[in-house]
Design a protein around this ligand. Structure first.
Ligand SMILES: [Zn+2]
Length: 155
């Protein structure tokens, strides 16, 4: 019988012929860790998957409107952290030097946009006017800095 060490808890488990490549034992926590590892790798390597996940999350949030409000009330440190990050983004939008090195590295990624930096990433697009579709879920859009070559390709 072949045995292997679980990648999560380190205990050895029996490798079955049905799952010859199994890396984690069958304990709940270890299987959850395996799933999280898989998703982290997938998010890092697969853009379609990343967009799809973000869309699903935006749709879910739109269908559960009270959830994040409650979450913020129950987790004040989370709210505080986000508030600080937002303050940083506002500072950058006003053209002021950022205080946090994390944010500044994001803003400096595109050297062509030094004067008017913005944060590339995913944004929710929420219709402000009355639309025929009630309770329309916010659209998720990805905004990135266009370079000169992008324009050439599109025109
Ligand atoms: Zn394990």
């Amino acid at each position: 019988m072949k045995r292997r060490k679980c990648k999560h808890c380190g205990r050895s488990f029996v490798v079955t012929s049905r799952h010859p490549d199994q890396t984690h034992c069958s304990q709940k926590g270890c299987q959850r860790a395996r799933k999280n590892d898989w998703q982290r790798r997938k998010l890092a390597s697969d853009e379609d998957y990343r967009i799809n996940q973000a869309n699903c999350q935006a749709t879910w949030a739109a269908q559960h409107p009270g959830y994040w409000k409650q979450y913020r009330e129950k987790n004040p440190e989370y709210t505080q952290r986000n508030r600080e990050k937002q303050r940083e983004r506002n500072r950058i939008a006003r053209g002021q030097p950022p205080a946090s090195p994390m944010i500044s590295s994001v803003a400096k990624r595109d050297p062509n946009h030094q004067e008017k930096p913005f944060i590339a990433g995913y944004y929710k697009l929420i219709p402000v006017a009355h639309t025929p579709v009630a309770n329309m879920a916010p659209l998720l859009v990805r905004i990135h800095a266009a370079t000169h070559s992008d324009h050439v390709l599109q025109n």
